[in-house]
Write a protein that binds this ligand. Sequence first.
Ligand SMILES: O=C(O)Cc1cc(O)ccc1O
Ligand SMILES: [Fe+2]
Length: 441
Amino acid sequence: MSGGSEQARKTAEGLEYLTGFGNEHSSEAVPGALPIGRNSPQRSPLGLYAEQLSGSAFTEPRSHNRRSWLYRIRPSAAHPRFTLAADNGALRSAPFTEAPADPNRLRWNPLPDPAPGTDFLAGLWTLGGNGDATQRSGMAIHLYSANASMTDRVFSDSDGELLIVPERGGLLLRTEFGLLSARPGEMALIPRGVRFRVELQDETARGYVCENYGRPFELPDLGPIGANGLAAARDFRAPVAAYEDAERPTEVLNKFCGNLWTATYDHSPLDVVAWHGTHVPYVYDLRSFNVLGSISYDHPDPSIFTVLTSPSDTAGLAGVDFVVFAPRWLVGEDTFRPPYFHRNVMSEYMGLIDGAYDAKAEGFVPGGGSLHNMMSAHGPDRETFDRASAAELKPQKIDDGLAFMFETRWPITATAQAAGADHLQGGYDDVWQGLERHFRA
Ligand SMILES: O=C(O)Cc1cc(O)ccc1O
Ligand SMILES: [Fe+2]
């Protein structure tokens, strides 16, 4: 493996990375593999095939145009016919019509442990979502629980990009672009159409996935915050080129318009020796998020914790935002400091990576999740309300947890398996029971 023309950085796992969000990165695993001065020479160096992978239409504005050039042992076109896979397992896609969209507050415990031999792909379980995969709009929320590495099979998602949030166990993502490590506390993103295999770094792995059918995630504008703050572009890491030269049968599973399709290649399609471009996978350590907040009074809206946003066609109205509640100080004076009671036109799915969340005293556990759909009333549970209303307002460090939110402009409809799951908590409404009447006229 080598870093190519950019300066590459090594991490604790010994993996090399290229740094920066949205860069025109380039990398070659064999010196001289990357053509200089053109994308598609008459004969590419080292006898490689040149291939463009477009994540945006050719003609989209430069600011969100995404494409990469891959230099590979065999062109992707050299493959047999795809056939429908026997089933989609527990993977579901938009439009979500199995169950009615539910205005109730819902909360789930973690997924039950999977059967032995369950890999990342087999362990994907769809909770719900919105939009329509064929219209490239909306999103799906999946959870995964796995105890085996993918072997001799790779996955790619034509329907959207995959934002992966490990909660338990590290993942080693072997992609067409090279290797990424994603451990709990980090997030990884696999762009639309990119082939990858997931190997486990620990015995088991568990976490969350946001499948974004819409416009690729980008860094939010900072407005009056200024030129710095929130997630820094330089903290995003892309892989360096690394390839497999394997002439053995490899199953390629492609999620296309909601179904899994399968084809067995006679070689590994992770055979990209060099690449350059902007349509690339990346990882980000959520704890490097520069948390900004109120240093006077009142609890700011959580949009200030946005790591990445997928804009919709209306300015300021995200198809989906990825928001992180990272360790931070609370100093607000005369302020009810935890998240407030509210009803929101946006729909909120929350997950917990570690520890606890400051609006919920109990019941919201790592690996579990809550859904507060469009306009549903929610906020601190009774215990949190009582405690925070009486708390002495000295500076307080919130550093016992890491939570996140997928927030979307469209209501989230649960799948039948999520609406009827044994691990769906009964009695979630009760956390807001017993909020006493304090009114004095
Ligand atoms: O519901 C939640 O816990 C998420 C959330 C957090 C916050 O700080 C303010 C509003 C909000 O929706
Ligand atoms: Fe909320």
